[in-house]
Design a protein around this ligand. Structure first.
Ligand SMILES: Nc1ncnc2c1ncn2[C@@H]1O[C@H](COP(=O)(O)OP(=O)(O)OP(=O)(O)O)[C@@H](O)[C@H]1O
Length: 449
């Protein structure tokens, strides 16, 4: 039982019931009850309708808070995110996830649809607003480095990432030699054979209004498709990263990208020279084996010279990385470099063999494949959250692109600085999907009890 509490303290769980829409009202509302047992955690019990004869299904006591349909986004913000803003200002990282079936209200909660009404701003914008207020005070006191927020926005679809601040440019997800996962754009070859390694775009913003403009513009680039529930479904996971930045930090990052770009052709040349020398220095014998070629002596000096040049360029990259560390250490602002990550997960797809009205809507084969991929990502995320919350040695980050991308965030986020909001529809016609979401959320705790 202690373990269960530990998991719950590591990940703040909240459930948010959205309002019933007009079109859903006719078919009726799910019968739902909240129990606070053991305090301060809540369990939720549901049955299809108050009049149905079935016994209710009850979740584990897994939730810190239950939000009602009439609760505003601002209430969700003040309960789930606001308590962690101080931790960001101390330099800690935080992450928040919106989980739920398609049409349950994830985008409404995490990103918001109304960017004017302060009661309805999504959690991400509300957090940025409060952070900018805090940074303004810090900037007044700190005459040196002025602080702002760097915003990156990308979405994951199947196994690819798309940069929403760079016209949906496709990005690559790679694990570096340091074990860290990087999301990068194409490596471009410029005039004169120069190479540029394009990182995912991070747009620095120095005040809230410009941040909001950049965010709204990025969200306009999101791909939507039709799900089994609604037509404007986001069929992707949207990842928004807010980092506290200064111009000095940004400059030192650019110096790093320049040096990484310079390393690419030098590293390639060293590999090409080694391959060329070795392919000349060995020959295939009639029995298919490889033996030294008596007519060619490998030019080891040539290989060594190319390797030495590569080492020199690698050292320059390392020095630029160390410069960034120095900027962070000497800035005098503990929050510089701290990150907040918001993830609007793609809607879990629920398929029922006894198809109800919702599932009878035909989906194209590609959409079904996408739906399967989304479900498998969400399953992988659940396993990662469980393993992370239990401090397991091996956390299965590699099991999906989503969890690979989130690896750094999990590894750098202290327990207690993460929250999941499980969004639920109260519509009877979406009962199976709602039940499925509650089971998903419930399982994380129950599996370790
Ligand atoms: N708390 C809420 N208050 C008012 N309207 C809401 C609320 N939550 C959701 N809605 C409305 O319900 C509809 C579906 O919500 P939303 O787009 O956020 O779902 P979603 O879970 O992100 O779906 P998908 O995964 O398919 O993109 C939208 O029209 C949204 O405005």
């Amino acid at each position: 039982m202690e373990l269960l509490v530990e998991v719950i303290q590591s990940l703040a769980y909240a459930t948010a019931w959205r309002p019933l829409s007009q079109s859903e009202a006719k078919a009726g509302e799910i019968d739902r009850k909240t129990q606070s047992d053991p305090q301060p955690l809540f369990s939720v019990s549901v049955k299809r309708q108050a009049s149905s004869a079935e016994s209710p299904w009850k979740s584990s006591a897994a939730f810190h808070t239950i939000f009602d349909p009439e609760d505003s986004n601002y209430k969700v913000y003040t309960t789930v995110v606001w308590p962690l803003i101080d931790n960001i200002l101390k330099g800690e990282n935080c992450s928040f996830f919106g989980y739920g079936h398609s049409g349950s209200g994830k985008t409404h909660t995490i990103l918001g649809y109304d960017f004017q009404d302060t009661q309805q701003l999504g959690l991400c914008l509300a957090a940025a607003k409060q952070l900018f207020d805090a940074l303004q005070s810090l900037n007044k006191e700190n005459k040196g480095q002025q602080l702002g927020i760097g915003l990156s926005v990308f979405e994951l679809r199947n196994k690819s990432a798309f940069d929403l601040l760079n016209n949906r440019a496709q990005c690559h997800i790679r694990e570096g030699s340091d074990g860290k996962v990087h999301v990068r754009g194409e490596t471009e070859v410029l005039e004169g054979g120069k190479v540029r390694v394009r990182p995912i775009v991070q747009r620095p913003c120095w005040e809230f209004e410009s941040f909001k403009r950049v965010l709204v513009q990025a969200l306009g680039q999101r791909a939507t498709g039709s799900s089994s529930v609604h037509d404007q479904s986001s069929r992707t996971h949207a990842v928004l990263e807010l980092e506290i930045v200064s111009q000095v930090l940004l400059d030192s990052r650019h110096a790093l990208y320049d040096r990484q770009s310079e390393l690419v052709p030098v590293g390639k040349l060293a590999t090409d020279i080694r391959v060329e020398e070795e392919s000349k220095g060995f020959m295939q014998t009639p029995d298919g084996k490889w033996a030294p070629n008596p007519d060619y002596k490998i030019n080891q000096e040539r290989i060594d010279a190319a390797e030495a040049e590569k080492d020199r360029f690698e050292a320059r990259v390392k020095a630029a990385e160390e410069d960034i560390e120095t900027v962070l250490k000497l800035s005098g602002s503990p929050c510089l470099g701290a990150k907040m990550v918001f993830v609007d997960l793609a809607g879990a797809e629920y398929y029922d063999r006894n198809a109800t009205q919702m599932q009878t809507i035909k989906q194209a084969a590609q959409e079904r494949q996408e739906g399967r991929q989304i479900n498998s990502d969400l399953l992988a995320l659940k396993e990662v959250m469980r393993a992370w919350a239990q401090n397991q040695k091996r956390i299965p980050f590699r099991s999906s692109t989503l969890t690979m991308v989130l690896r750094e965030h999990f590894m750098s986020t202290r327990k207690g600085n993460s929250g999941i909001i499980v969004t639920l529809s109260p519509a009877t016609e979406q009962y199976e999907a709602t039940l499925n979401s509650l089971k998903y959320a419930s399982l994380v705790g129950a599996a370790v009890a």
